[in-house]
Design a protein around this ligand. Sequence first.
Ligand code: BG6
Ligand code: MG
Length: 218
Amino acid sequence: MNKKGFIFDLDGVIVDTAKYHFLAWQKLAKTLEINFTEEENEQLKGVSRVRSLEKILAWGNKTIPETKFMELMGKKNDDYLSHISKMTKSEILPDVPKILNYLIEKQQPIALGSASKNARHILERVDLKKNFDAIVDGNDVSKAKPDPEVFLNAAKLLNIDPENCIVFEDSVAGVEAANVARMVSIGIGSKSVLGHADYVFNDFTEISEGFLNTLINN
Ligand code: BG6
Ligand code: MG
């Protein structure tokens, strides 16, 4: 049987945590008197914590000392984790378990490729960690998406060539990273945002077993 490497982003692809990142950044921006919009938030999806705060400060035309920067990063994460601590399996996005189970049944290697330093904790919380053959997260990479490092590392751990990997992503930066890695990019979200992906679906309920078979066999 053909083997492809299936690499999943976490936030906004497997679990509905993108909204918690947004809430936490919005709260922080407010304390800095920076107006933070949904459109700006779209540009933070897939982007590391450090880079996100740098971008928010730039949008607000603010500079702060390094110690304050570190303090704010800690605050954002504490706030984010307070949401995560209440998270249940119900926040796994629709049909994600079905897709994972189908790929497992077809003996396809599966990896996580996330920018988040909280990824392992979240996968454990929603009891999905056991489904992944490899995990690469924000603790394992030095270059953030759109750099392809996270996905190339995942391919290496799966022992699959990058051109035989398929990436599921909800962020502009993540789709770009998959494209740079020469992997098949599948955008999960809106076509107007993720038009640079090879394929785009609103969510996993639109992905059929037939489509997965095509990915496996081509
Ligand atoms: C990505 C999210 O998955 O992880 C970003 O899309 C987030 O919004 C990034 O900033 C880093 O996550 P964390 O959990 O380490 O702050
Ligand atoms: Mg994401």
